[in-house]
Design a protein around this ligand. Structure first.
Ligand SMILES: CC(C)(COP(=O)(O)OP(=O)(O)OC[C@H]1O[C@@H](n2cnc3c(N)ncnc32)[C@H](O)[C@@H]1OP(=O)(O)O)[C@@H](O)C(=O)NCCC(=O)NCCS
Length: 223
């Protein structure tokens, strides 16, 4: 059966979808190979749905890939001006303080003025059983960016860890490192102009694979 892609405002997710998304979150982020966190369905659901919701200046949207009703991949994206969309909530847990936020915003504002509408990826992941290389990864990355662009966003950003496959993948696509948290987790804030990033992310898979291979071939990643 073909996977189904859905997207809804985060606040409109019903109880059934919330539980499924929380289950996806536990499976992806409790995985000891990457983040090794210790979420439960209840704590993940509370974290994902009961805080950081939309207000007049911020829109949040959930994107999910479902297989027979189960969420296999998901992304949560936020759109708003820098001061609304980029808050301490969007930083790695160990860096959630105002001093770090000021530094990260300063780096974002090095690329775009502070009143620019930006996209912040809050969450993104695919359960191991649904990872198939570039195809599904791009299915989770491109629609939120296209949505954000349609909502007026010009710049997109997110944090990840240098040991995450997401870092390697998006580094290969030319997305920039814009702030290094200098922590044990090797957390880094990345970002790029949306229209140029979308241009590359929409290139045919065969070409993208070749480009990534050439770009990443000489890089060393600490996994
Ligand atoms: C991030 C995530 C969605 C990426 O999906 P994935 O299926 O694991 O993606 P991969 O690492 O296999 O890489 C995808 C493509 O990048 C390219 N690539 C990756 N590493 C490469 C390398 N060293 N050299 C050349 N190409 C490379 C390849 O083209 C590969 O696709 P292919 O195998 O079809 O050729 C998934 O790993 C995930 O959910 N991880 C856990 C959650 C997470 O880290 N989230 C982000 C943190 S906030």
């Amino acid at each position: 059966m073909k996977d189904a892609m859905i997207d809804v405002p985060l606040v409109d997710a019903d109880d059934c979808l919330r539980t499924e998304v929380a289950r996806w979150y536990c499976e992806v982020f409790n995985d000891p190979r990457y983040f090794g966190e210790s979420w439960t369905i209840e704590s993940a659901s509370h974290y994902l749905f009961d805080s950081g919701a939309d207000d007049g200046d911020l829109e949040t949207r959930l994107f999910a890939m479902q297989r027979e009703g189960q969420v296999m991949g998901a992304a949560i994206a936020c759109v708003g001006r820098v001061s609304c969309a980029l808050t301490v909530r969007e930083l790695p847990k160990q860096a959630r303080n105002v001093e770090v936020l000021v530094k990260v915003r300063r780096q974002v504002e090095w690329f775009v003025p502070d009143d620019t509408v930006i996209l912040v990826f809050r969450e993104l992941g695919i359960v191991p059983a649904a990872r198939n290389g570039l195809g599904n990864a791009l299915n989770m990355i491109v629609p939120p960016i296209a949505w954000a662009e349609a909502r007026g966003a010009r710049f997109g950003c997110f944090w990840t860890s240098r040991v995450s496959p997401l870092y390697r993948l998006l580094h290969g696509y030319g997305i920039r490192d814009i702030f290094d948290f200098r922590d044990e987790q090797q957390a880094v804030f990345m970002g790029d102009d949306i229209s140029t990033a979308l241009y590359r992310l929409r290139q045919p898979l065969k070409k993208a694979r070749r480009m990534l291979l050439e770009r990443l071939g000489h890089e060393r990643f600490s996994a």
